[in-house]
Write a protein that binds this ligand. Sequence first.
Ligand SMILES: [Zn+2]
Ligand SMILES: [Zn+2]
Length: 308
Amino acid sequence: MYKTPFQVTILGSSGAMPTSKRHTSAQLLKHGNKLFLLDCSEGTQIQLRRMKIPLMKINHIFISHFHGDHYLGLPGLLFTMHLLGRTNELNIYSPPGLKKIIKTHFDICNLETSYKIIFHEIDKDRQTIYEDTTLLVDSISMLHSIPTYGFLFREKPLKRNIKKGHIDKYNIPVNQILKIKAGGSYTTPNGKVLSNEELTIAPPPPRTYAFCSDTGYTESFTGQIEGADTLYHEATFMKEFSELASKKFHSTTTEAATLALKAKVKKLIIGHYSARYDDSELKSYLDEAKAVFTDTYIAEEGKRFDIG
Ligand SMILES: [Zn+2]
Ligand SMILES: [Zn+2]
């Protein structure tokens, strides 16, 4: 139904610190031939290499906040891009302060990168932070101990499609096709008016991906993510630690699932789980969320999910 691939690959699933098997927060979002990096924890560039993802094709990086488990891989990745002779501009979207951090790294070793980095500071009063011909990205304010944002990737609505065979059947000239796709009717040379409904079918609905990074349980952004095709929501703890979770501005499995239910999303991915949970406990971790929201999946390194 959809011609453009839209999928997210999990590069890191662990909360706060890595384990011998898990990396901290990072995801790669692919839309068509565009690659977006969401968070960039330690070792992200190694994960990209392992999964054969061409890191030089990433032109936009979104950093949710400046806790180490979400951005400490960034200097390394930026250095590698320089060593590989990158010339394309790189755009980084983050809370204010990143330019100072990165500039310090490069200034101390007296290095000028082979490419330009454009820093986009997220302003909580301006929601849309990125736009191209097919996609929009909005920031979402999280409830965390320092300024933290999630990111909502929204496809722009597609144009209507001309019904199969109708171009030949009615001999529609090429210069009329765009007009019809945009909603216009067509008048044949002998004066017959064919309505847009007769000629076209509706395109598949736009898809959305909501990446909700570190956050305590809050319903403040439920309206913004409502109906999302896929929601990634952190679930650092199982429900028995709900008090600890709220004290540390994190969420539990059941809280993430409750929000998915309230926001009427179609699919939920939970991750950023505490290093205290070993692999044998992850089934119970997932089951807790599934008891509230059936279509829940666990973020694990290398897993790929289709959006919509
Ligand atoms: Zn974190
Ligand atoms: Zn954090």
